[in-house]
Design a protein around this ligand. Sequence first.
Ligand code: CA
Length: 438
Amino acid sequence: MIDETHDPARASWIASANGHADFPIQNLPFGVFSPPDGGTPRGGVAIGGSILDLWAAASAGLFAGAARDAAEAASGPALNPLLALGDGPRIALRRRLSALLDRDGPERGRIGKLADRLLHPIDRCALHLPAAIGDYTDFFAGIQHATNTGRLFRPDNPLLPNYKYVPVAYHGRASSVRVSGVPVRRPSGQRKPPDQPAPDFGPCRTLDYELELGIWVGPGNDQGVPIPIARAGAHVAGFCLLNDWSARDIQAWEYQPLGPFLAKSFHTTISPWVVTAEAMAPFRVPARPRGADEPAPLPYLSDAADQAGGGLAIRFAVALLTPRMREAGRAPHKLSAVGADALYWTVAQMVSHHTSNGCNLRPGDLFGSGTLSGADPGSFGSLMELTQGGRAPLMLPDGETRRFLEDGDEVILTAQATAPGRVPIGFGACRGVVLGAG
Ligand code: CA
């Protein structure tokens, strides 16, 4: 899985890529963008502060064989055809792109002459959802989050008895997933505070975010044909950041007995780039070990290779920018940071469990991992946890306080994958501003 594209010594002739926190030449994530002149949406690759236009590069004859197949599949307004191809063509395209962008590569002169046609500044491009999302499933694999939130409802018995056997999830709403930067309208719904005898209808009073890892499905499976865990990796195309905006008051009243519905379906934000499974290869680590007092996964969720390399060395952070901070020119205030080791279940276990009943996945389906939280407040992935359900307001630098999100607040998720001796890679930001209920 590790090849020359991961070489930490490789640098790009695109100077902004070298030392770039998110998009050095070792990353090469795929996305969909419109160029500054307003052309039609098409596939591109982030490299430093630029986007390489895959359609233009393919038209210029820079690709052959499987790499050309992948580039052509990534040339349209959604990457589903690329995701459907699987890792063979995707890796061929990655290797070719890495060679073309290599500062010391033999084709530097050839592609350099085309740079004006192929490269656009990211800041001047419009970024879109990378794929048409057919289905979106949100897991609950952050065990500390499950414990923290369970404790708010069941102090003595926070984790339900199925948690360590079943990768719990609910089916989210694909139609309302939006790319980073699209504002989030505060939802209205039924609210019933404990001291109120009956519900009323109005704007959510306890709007929250959830910090999650997003997972892009590559090739799907036929209905009735489960994906064995040993082959689950071949169905995962890549990763993004995901904010599962949550209306806690609506959720608390509606969730029993069938789980979240309108408290979640109004909006979900994802980062624009598909950070491929290949790019993540150097950042594979062992899955979270099970304690002696924890049950072993059932056989269909057990795989030695997945236990050895199914974890991800990613650190995530959440920051908040309030209107007052924005007006004062302040930087966003970091609320928490947490690692992907917060996940009780691996991505392969999610894929295998999801299809274990014969359910078919399709290219461009999206998973959320579940909220990522650690054991201490500095690592909590939602305000509900950080403020103990709103009982303990957060203090912000200018003396402001927050129990939940207020209108004008912007939530910014970021993440970086790191490993000793490797060039770190990032995801790009996943951000959204809260708008009033209107
Ligand atoms: Ca969630």
